[in-house]
Write a protein that binds this ligand. Structure first.
Ligand SMILES: C[S@@+](CC[C@H](N)C(=O)[O-])C[C@H]1O[C@@H](n2cnc3c(N)ncnc32)[C@H](O)[C@@H]1O
Length: 353
C-alpha cells in the first residue's frame, strides 16, 4: 500500500474552504468506488508539518488512475508519502485545455462556486455507465438551468461540448457577452451567433451557438467544441434538443432564496434574513421528466439543491418517477455542506436505466 497526501486548493473563499476538505474526501470516495475499483482507502485529514492534507492509501496508482485523480475539484497538489515521511510530488495531468480565468473572472451574485460546479460535474460523470469517458471520451453535457454558465465553462475547460438553458434574459445576455469577450481576448479561434429559435412562425427563445477550437490547429482540422445556450423555460427543454442527446445533465437548482440584487421570486425577509420562496422542488418535479428524455440510456444526472427547501427523499422520488436510478451509496451521500445561513447545499445523482 502506498500512502498519498493531497493538498486542497488554497484559493477557496472562506465559507467553501471550511467545507472543502470534507467535500474532497467524499469526491475521492466516489472516484474510488466508480473508477478505481474501491482501491482508495483510509481517506482522512492529516496534519503534515503543521499543514492540513487529505491523506489516503492506494495500491499502485496507474497512469490512468493519476490522470483521473488529477481532475479532483479541489486538488492543488498530490504527493506520495515515502516511508521516512518525505513527500514526493506526483506529476498531475489534468484535462484542462484553457486557463483557470475562464472559470474565475465572472463574479456575480448567484454564481455557483466553480469548484463545487466541477465536483458536481465529476461525480455525475463518474455515475454514468462509462465513468472513464470523463478522461478518455467526450461526454456531452447539458445544464438545464445554467445561469451565467459556470457548468458550461467547466465543460469547455475539459474540452467537452456543452449546452445550457436559462429562463433569465439578463443571465443569457451576460453569459453571451462574457464568453464572446473571453474568447476574443484569449485569441481562441471561434464563431459565435445569436439567433431566434422559431417553430411555425412563433419564437420559442433565443439561442447562442459557439463553435471553437482549443487551438488554431484543432479548429482548422475540424476538431471543434460546441457551446449552445438557449434563453427559454427549461420545462420546454425538449423543444430545443434531441431526445437522448446528452450523456450528462448537471444543474444547480434555484435555492429558493433571494440572491443580492437579483430577485428570483423571493422577497427580502424581516431582520435581514432571506426569505424562502415557493419550493424549487415543484420546479424540479415538473422539469426532471422533460430532462430525463434528453439523457441517453446509461447517462447520468446530477442536481444540487438547498436542503432547507427540499428533502433528499423528495428529490429521490422525483428522479425515480422519471425512470432514473438514484446513486445512494455512502460515497454519494457525503456532500451536504453549509453555504450560508439560508442555504445548506447537497447533491443527488441518478442514472438513466
Ligand atoms: C442557482 S442558479 C444557477 C447558477 C449557475 N450555476 C451559475 O453559476 O451561474 C439557478 C438558475 O435557474 C434558473 N431558472 C429558474 N427557473 C428556470 C426555468 N424554469 N427554466 C430555466 N431556468 C430557470 C434561474 O434563472 C437561475 O439562473
Amino acid at each position: 500500500m502506498t500512502a498519498y497526501g493531497l493538498l486542497v486548493s488554497p484559493s477557496h473563499n472562506r465559507v467553501y474552504a471550511q467545507a472543502a476538505a470534507d467535500l474532497v474526501k467524499a469526491e475521492l470516495s466516489v472516484f474510488s468506488e466508480r473508477a478505481l475499483g474501491g482501491r482508495v482507502e483510509d481517506i482522512a485529514e492529516t496534519s503534515i508539518g503543521g499543514v492540513p492534507y487529505v491523506t489516503f492509501t492506494a495500491d499502485g496508482l496507474s497512469e490512468t488512475d493519476v490522470r483521473l485523480l488529477s481532475n479532483l475539484s479541489s486538488l492543488y497538489a498530490l504527493f506520495e508519502i515515502e516511508d521516512g515521511g518525505l513527500l514526493r510530488p506526483v506529476p498531475l495531468a489534468p484535462l484542462d485545455v484553457f486557463g483557470s480565468d475562464l472559470l474565475t473572472i465572472q463574479k456575480y451574485s448567484g454564481k455557483t462556486n466553480e469548484y463545487f460546479t466541477k465536483l458536481l460535474l465529476n461525480v455525475t460523470a463518474l455515475a454514468s455507465d462509462a465513468p472513464l469517458d470523463l478522461i478518455d471520451g467526450r461526454p456531452r453535457v447539458l445544464d438545464p438551468m445554467c445561469g451565467r454558465g459556470t457548468t458550461l465553462n467547466q465543460a469547455m475547460m475539459y474540452g467537452l461540448d456543452a449546452a445550457g438553458i436559462d429562463i433569465d434574459r439578463k443571465d443569457f445576455d451576460a453569459y453571451a457577452a462574457f464568453i464572446k469577450t473571453w474568447l476574443k481576448n484569449n485569441r481562441v479561434k471561434h464563431q459565435a451567433q445569436v439567433a431566434n429559435v422559431r417553430r411555425e412562425k412563433s419564437v420559442l427563445g433565443r439561442r447562442l451557438h459557439i463553435t471553437l477550437g482549443a487551438s488554431k490547429e484543432r479548429y482548422k482540422s475540424g476538431e471543434t467544441m460546441e457551446i449552445t445556450v438557449v434563453n427559454a423555460d427549461s420545462l420546454g427543454a425538449g423543444q430545443f434538443f434531441r431526445p437522448g442527446s446528452f450523456d450528462l445533465i448537471v444543474t444547480d437548482a434555484p435555492y429558493g432564496v433571494q440572491h443580492g440584487s437579483r430577485p428570483k421570486g423571493a422577497q427580502p425577509g424581516r431582520n435581514g434574513r432571506p426569505e424562502l420562496s415557493r419550493s424549487p422542488v415543484e420546479l424540479l418535479s415538473a422539469a426532471v421528466p422533460e430532462w430525463a428524455g434528453l439523457l441517453r440510456t446509461g447517462g447520468a444526472i446530477g442536481i444540487s439543491w438547498n436542503t432547507f427547501v427540499g428533502r433528499r427523499d423528495e428529490l429521490a422520488d422525483i428522479l425515480a418517477s422519471s425512470g432514473l436510478g438514484v446513486r445512494d451509496s455512502d460515497a454519494y451521500q457525503g456532500f451536504r455542506h453549509r453555504v450560508d445561513q439560508a442555504i445548506s447545499r447537497d447533491l443527488i445523482v441518478a442514472t438513466k436505466e
